[in-house]
Every structure is written in C-alpha cells, then in structure tokens.
Design a protein around this ligand. Structure first.
Ligand SMILES: [Zn+2]
Length: 432
C-alpha cells in the first residue's frame, strides 16, 4: 500500500481504538493504541519501547537513524488520547472511523490521530524503502495530552529524559493547517508559540450564620464580587513577535494595511479562526465554575469558584499581578493546573524545511507563524530546552470550520487533507 492510502487506513484504525481521556485516569487508557503503533513500527523493523506511567496509560518511543547522525536529533510527537465523545450527538459513530462526504469521521480525526497516522505512514514507508530521514528522529506517541500530560509527556520528561537525548527541536500539533485567503492562496499556520495556562481555584472564607440576620461577612458575596471583576476584566493588547508577524502577513494576504494601533482590524476577515487568534493578542480570564452553600437559609463559611486563565508568552508576571489585584484581600487562589507559555523564533533550517515542503505541495502556500491560545505537549518538551513547533500539515477546504473540529461534535478530517499532509511531512523529513 502506498503512503497516501496507508495514512487514511491508519487514521481510521486509530480512531476505532477508544482512548477517551476525561482527566480522571479512569478511562480505557492508551495501552491498546500504543500496542497498535508499536506493532506497526516493529513490523517495519523499527525498535520501540512502551512505557506505562500507570495502568494502561502507555506511550511509545522509537529512535530512527538519519543520514547525518552526528547532527542533533528531531523529536516528532503526537498524543494517542482523545477527549470523550457522546455518540448520540454525532452524525457518524465517533469511534467508527467511517468515511463519508470525503472525510474520515471520528474523535481524534484532527486532534490528533490524523498526525499520528501521518508520522506512522511516512516512517513506515521510509523503513520499507530504505529512505532515511535527514537526521536522527525520535518518535513519541504519548498518553494523557488531553489532561495536561501528567501521565504522558510530563511523566516521560521527568522520569525518562534520556529518551530525548540529543533532541534540540520538536514537531507536534497544532499547526500546519491552511486558511484560504483571496487569490486562491492559503496561509499555513505554523505554531511557534503557546499561551501559558493557569486554571485556578478561588476561595473565599467568611462567617457562617443564619440567613435571616444582618450579616456583613458573607463568603458568597465576596466570592461573587471577585468572580465578576475577573470575568469583566480585559487585558491590554500585547503583540508578541509571533502574533505581530502573523497579523502583518494576514493583513497582507487580505490586502489591508497592518495598523499597530489597531491590530485587531484583520480579525473579522479570519472567519471562524477569529476567536482563537483574537485570544492570542491578550491574556484572558474566564470564570468557569461556582460552588457554595447547601441550604437557602444557611450562610456558608466557604465559597469556591474556578477560573481558566491564559497568559501570553513574556507576560506571566503582569498576568498574576493583575489576577491578585482583581481578587482583592478576601479571596485566595490556588492552582488546579498550571503550565508555562512558550515561544520560539520563526527562523532557521527547520522552519525553512517546513516552508519548502508546503510550497512544494501547494504553490499557493503562504507559511506564517502563529500563537496557539491553548496548550500542547510542547510545553513539556520545551522544559528540556527544545525549540517546539506545531506542524501537522493539512490542506483544508475553504469552508471547513477547522478550529470548531477540536473537541467538537462531528470531528472529521478531509481524506485529501490527510494525503496532502503525509506528502508534506515526508518531504519535510528529507530536509529537516
Ligand atoms: Zn491535541
């Protein structure tokens, strides 16, 4: 089977292995998918190691020698887990891997069993035909990305850093996809930055008492005021190098002048991507949970809320100073989950190899760097000093709401996009 047919079959088969991760460490786990991947690689003569951080929470690592083994190695990483899906909401079975309307349907079709399949299809074809990548490549198929990587990338980086020895650059999700712009051209968004994340629990402590009396120390009131201040706050616009370059190139593609005083001017042109790109111009805070009390006539002693905070690379200090000022004296915060922001320059040979492969496969390609408003396993690998990029190449139809596919109902990936992606990734490995 050729690489372009195989990538489609691999993607479908991976989708059929349910690796739902609700973040409670109680799902089916990634073990079956890890064994599937390892078996495919071993079948092509590539030695693999399966590591389990907890029961059924398995990741697969392999190392492939390149033409120039004296050079630093490149890490290619993809996660095997997916967020859960409720079948009754879907047009096609989320774990069926069906093909309909020119797409492979199912949970993980774009996040990110598509890229797992592209990596596999390329390296399997290379192994069978004796085509080495330019330099040593480490493959990592990881557990637990969807819950922050404590059982996957973070665990491996903390407990088995030697597996990534010599890796100075890493390529994973979420980038390399196209956005159609005027003149039958396409921006391809290569991820060079990610916002940091601060999921926080807010706690107010007051005095408990009878709901009928005068009461000036009410935890619910104090918490509600802080949550409202947090929810209504808008951070100032801060243009990181990545975002500035993205906006300049996006403006050029749409034929509008980039105005640093009004950098949001091009957002309305970006269609469904506007909300995600808009969130990369500033840090954000969104209240997401509230919890207090147990009876209408009892003033509780405690009240809690949770907030999803995301800070721009380089603006972490400003972010937390702002949070603390908004919380005031009576509300304390603690982390539910914290992870760093990352940003790496859009330059160098690796970026050159991505651009070359995209333009080779799509002469209308305009590769651009962008910042992801969310986070990926790149955060873990950045702590080992790697420069991290999101490059899972996909040429998409102009009307597909791609960002809505992530964790969405009816997640699907165009078959042609998969075939395009494996061609580009394979070409990239020749020159990376
Ligand atoms: Zn993902």
């Amino acid at each position: 089977m050729g690489m372009e047919d195989e990538v489609v079959e691999l993607c479908r088969e991976l989708i059929r292995i349910d690796t739902s991760n609700a973040g409670d460490n109680a799902g089916p786990g990634e073990r079956a998918a890890a064994e599937y991947v390892a078996e495919k690689l071993e079948g092509a003569g590539i030695k693999t190691t399966i590591l389990e951080s907890d029961s059924k929470r398995a990741s697969v690592i392999a190392r492939i020698e390149g033409e120039e083994p004296s050079r630093d190695a490149l890490l290619l990483h993809g996660h095997l887990d997916v967020v859960p899906a409720r079948a009754s909401d879907w047009t096609h079975d989320p774990f069926g891997g069906e093909i309909a309307d020119g797409c492979v349907w199912g949970r993980g079709a774009v996040d990110m069993k598509d890229m797992d399949a592209m990596i596999l299809a390329s390296v399997l074809d290379r192994a069978r035909t004796g085509r080495k990548p330019k330099r040593d490549v480490v493959l990592a198929f990881l557990a637990d990305e969807e819950a922050g990587g404590a059982y996957g990338a973070h665990w491996l980086v903390d407990n088995h850093p030697g597996l990534f020895e010599g890796c100075t650059e890493a390529v994973g999700e979420v980038g390399g996809f196209s956005l159609t712009v005027p003149g039958d051209r396409r921006l391809y968004l290569i991820e060079t930055a990610e916002k940091g994340l601060a999921w926080m629990r807010l706690k107010a402590v007051g005095t408990a008492g009878h709901g009928s009396m005068i009461h000036d120390d009410n935890a619910v009131t104090e918490l509600a005021k802080a949550v409202a201040r947090i929810g209504e706050h808008r951070f100032p616009i801060r243009l990181t190098p990545t975002v500035r370059r993205f906006l300049e190139q996006a403006c050029e593609a749409y034929g509008i002048e980039f105005d640093p005083k009004d950098p949001e001017a091009c957002l309305p042109h970006l269609g469904t991507l506007a909300r995600m790109i808009g969130a990369t111009l500033r840090s954000t805070l969104n209240p997401t949970r509230l919890d207090a009390g147990y009876k209408a006539n009892v003033i509780p002693q405690h009240a809690e809320a949770q907030v999803d905070g995301r800070f721009l690379p380089g603006y972490e200090k400003e972010f937390f100073e702002t949070v603390d000022a908004l919380l005031g004296e009576k509300v304390q915060r603690e982390f539910v989950h914290y992870d760093i922001a990352v940003e790496t320059p859009y330059e160098g040979d690796l970026v050159g190899a991505m651009e070359e492969a995209l333009i080779w496969a799509d002469p209308g390609a305009i590769p651009v760097p962008y910042c992801l408003s969310a986070g990926t396993d790149a955060k873990s690998f950045a702590t080992l000093g790697m420069r991290c990029y999101g490059f899972a190449p996909l040429k998409l139809p102009a009307d597909l709401d791609f960002s809505g596919m992530f964790h969405g109902v009816d997640e699907r990936v165009p078959v042609d996009g998969l075939r395009f992606g494996v061609r580009v990734l394979d070409r990239f490995l020749d020159n990376a």
